[in-house]
Ligand binder design. Structure first.
Ligand code: NAD
Length: 433
């Protein structure tokens, strides 16, 4: 099939590349000339395991093109995928400016029947709005279909090629058949719904996962008080098939470009329909407070923060990504420097992205976890990168001024910690040391 993808970010680029890997002819369009230049040099503008190899392969096999020319993309494809960002407005609602701009541009460039397939996460009713915009501007036939995206950054290629399910929200039998054929090589779990339900499935899924995280974090906070171990509690819960083991890792809470934005947007969607989504509001509040849990533990170990040096291990909102959007590290580091702490920061991949968005004279950027730990009074581990999991803790404690380790992701086991000199604190595991 001939496909164009508008927006080559984490979703659009990975989707476009994976559709070309399945043998489709794909044109990836982005208005950001820098991104397109990088892609035409067969490099990836984002860090995503396995992506560069697939870009190179499919470009060389002439199934994949990159351009800023939306007209070229639209005219030379049957399916146009919208994958632009839907960032939050100050009130939490999704900003649909990019979606509306793209819908307008697509409409004016159409030359034949097109399927417009929306992958961006958009509030209920948005695809009908896209339909309205396009129908006001074109005489050509078209269908608008909602196919929400569920990939996770850090494993986006794998997730796209092996999705748990594909949701197709459409009013058109013809579009449904074409998009079912497009996705059939990926999975048999194809759920066809009306458009509004497809839009809601995406928000409900993210809100549910966020709820699981805030739930286990509250259980962890109680475990801290009553002497239970949240990792054992989660294991014991997770074997129950009705609960499931995923998303029961206690820590400093969720971040990233999706969960914070989508939970806030769903609260707004509900509010606009005169429904007070109390549960989700609490999930958001719990998550916000959880980021500062680590500060309390740090204060308990260091007594005073002013004048201390603290190593921060991990800046990305999760491992295996360079994405720092809404990463807990921003607020935690802000709080540290506001308390007179000198921060020594290290992240194996996201450091540059973080530094361009947040620099401060009291932050020293380090070249390795050990470099960050050197002469520090404490380490705060914020992201569970493998490089931290496999580190030699004896070497680390020996270069520190004071061996304090606050593990915000429960990375280290009792066995790893017990022989060290560390004053070690984690989330919901008070018995570890
Ligand atoms: P992103 O910010 O990484 O990428 C968006 C891209 O769209 C940018 O490269 C931007 O330059 C481009 N763009 C904006 N306006 C354009 C226009 N008029 N013409 C051409 N290009 C344009 O965003 P993302 O993380 O890929 O997210 C995209 C959508 O997918 C969002 O709605 C998001 O909520 C949803 N989503 C994201 C993820 C994720 O893990 N990132 C997962 C599932 C769903």
């Amino acid at each position: 099939m001939k496909i164009s993808v508008v927006g080559t970010g984490y979703v659009g680029l990975v989707s476009g590349v994976c559709f070309s890997e399945l043998g489709n002819q794909v044109i990836c369009v982005d208005k950001d000339q820098r991104k397109v230049d990088v892609l035409n040099k067969l490099q990836s503008p984002i860090y995503e395991p396995g992506l560069t190899e697939l870009i190179e392969k499919n470009y060389r096999e002439k199934r994949l093109e990159f351009t800023t020319d939306l007209s070229y993309g639209v005219k030379n494809s049957d399916i146009v995928i919208i994958a632009v960002g839907t960032p939050p407005l100050p009130n939490g609602e999704a900003n649909l400016l990019y979606i509306e701009q793209v819908a307008t541009e697509i409409a004016t460039e159409m030359n034949d029947y097109k399927i417009i397939m929306t992958k961006s996460t958009v509030p209920v009713g948005t695809n009908h709005r896209i339909k309205e915009i396009v129908s006001n501007l074109t005489k050509f036939p078209f269908d608008v279909v909602s196919v929400p995206e569920f990939l996770r950054e850090g494993s986006a290629v794998k997730d796209t090629l092996n999705p748990d399910r594909i949701v197709i929200g459409t009013e058109s039998e013809a579009a449904m058949k074409i998009l079912t054929d497009l996705h059939k090589p990926l999975t048999d779990n194809i759920i066809v719904t009306d458009i509004r339900s497809a839009e809601m499935i995406k928000y409900a899924s993210n809100a549910f996962l966020a709820t699981k995280i805030s739930f286990i974090n509250e259980i962890a906070n109680i475990c801290d008080k009553v002497g239970a171990d949240v990792t054992k509690v989660a294991e014991g819960m997770g074997y129950d098939k009705r609960i499931g083991a995923a998303f029961l890792n206690a820590g400093i809470g969720y971040g990233g470009s999706c969960f914070p934005k989508d939970t806030n947007a769903l609260v707004q969607i509900a509010g606009n329909a005169n429904y007070d989504f109390k549960l989700l509001k609490s999930v958001i509040e719990v998550n916000q407070n959880q980021r500062f849990n680590i500060m309390e533990k740090l204060k308990a170990s260091l007594t005073t923060l002013s004048g201390k040096t603290v190593a921060v291990w991990g800046l990305a909102f999760k491992p295996n990504t360079d994405d720092v959007r809404d990463a807990p590290a921003f607020e935690i580091i802000s709080e540290l420097v506001a308390n007179g702490v000198k921060v020594k920061a290290f992240d194996p991949i996201a450091q540059e992205n973080f530094r361009t968005q947040f620099n401060h004279p009291d932050i020293q950027w380090c070249e390795s976890p050990l470099d960050a730990a050197k002469d520090s009074d404490a380490i705060c581990l914020l992201t569970e990168w493998d490089v931290f999991k496999s580190i030699n803790l004896f070497e680390v404690q020996n270069v520190m001024a004071n061996p304090v380790l606050i593990d915000g992701r429960n990375v280290f086991s009792k066995e790893q910690i017990s022989l060290t000199k560390f004053d070690y604190k984690s989330i919901g595991r008070p018995g570890i040391k």
